[in-house]
Design a protein around this ligand. Sequence first.
Ligand SMILES: NC(=O)c1ccc[n+]([C@@H]2O[C@H](COP(=O)([O-])OP(=O)(O)OC[C@H]3O[C@@H](n4cnc5c(N)ncnc54)[C@H](OP(=O)(O)O)[C@@H]3O)[C@@H](O)[C@H]2O)c1
Length: 308
Amino acid sequence: MILVFGGNGQLGQELSRAAAAHSIAMHALSHAKADIADGAAVAAALARWEPDLVVNAAAYTKVDLAETNVEDARRGNETGPAMLAAACAGAGVPLVHVSTDYVFDGEKAEPYVETDPIRPLSAYGRSKAAGEDAVRCVLKRHVILRTAWVYSEFGQNFLKTILRLASSRDELRIVADQCGSPTSAQEIAAAILHIAPQLAREGAWGTYHFTASGDTTWHGFAERAVAAAAPFTGRRPVVRPISTAEYPTPAKRPANSRLDCRLFMRTFDYSPRPWAECVDATTRALVAAPQPAASQTMTNNTGTNHVA
Ligand SMILES: NC(=O)c1ccc[n+]([C@@H]2O[C@H](COP(=O)([O-])OP(=O)(O)OC[C@H]3O[C@@H](n4cnc5c(N)ncnc54)[C@H](OP(=O)(O)O)[C@@H]3O)[C@@H](O)[C@H]2O)c1
């Protein structure tokens, strides 16, 4: 049985959906049901559900707000994972903990490998890096999965922002000098469910990178989404490239967010799907069944902060 914390987030909801589709026993706890920074709540959840594996999909993901709400970011991204890892250690349960490309500074020319030194540029990145450390210190039986540029049909994210803006604007101005791999939460959920049965194997513990295959820029991501939506919506706004300097944000973001996923692929015998194929699929799902209007102010790490 898999117990998920952060069950109402993008990844949390995709995990529940994937588990239901494959008849995998899973229980997902929302933030309201279990705060990962509350040690007693976490221990009670583990005692009640007696899971074979815990997945931490919970995080404070408001990248720009984290610059001022440093304590909130710490609570969700450092204290929470530390509490969760300690409870897992106490209960003898392994943990899959999800982390981010934002632990890197983006100055490397090539995709980042797991052993590259980290140097977060933002308070969010620093809190996630501290969370990774906390998990490593407390619990041997862990997998830390760093991913990037997450979007899904659920919650608020860059893809949904683009589709909303494309329905009303004739021109979108999108940051074109940050590169990475847009990764569907559905793909991350599938990868986690793929590795779950393998985690009893010796030697599989550690830190891995997992994103969709291939890479692009936020501008390329937006162009792809607009093109995929156009046959359904009849709208094809121009997508203009801009630089990061033309759209400053409170949190600094890495110019290179590309993660080398070969260690994950080799270890777990799993190949991620191409990013563009996944963007097309999620776009089709969204335009075929429109979601309720998103808030105008999006502050998570894939919200409006690359869209001028
Ligand atoms: N989104 C991205 O672009 C991105 C990129 C790289 C890595 N990641 C990582 O991927 C993972 C999943 O991200 P996501 O996009 O699915 O995030 P998300 O949609 O923002 O979901 C995070 C969930 O965690 C919950 N949460 C926050 N603090 C909590 C706490 N103390 N205890 C329990 N639950 C708490 C949130 O609930 P409330 O909303 O009620 O606070 C929310 O439901 C995270 O580790 C994130 O850092 C995300």
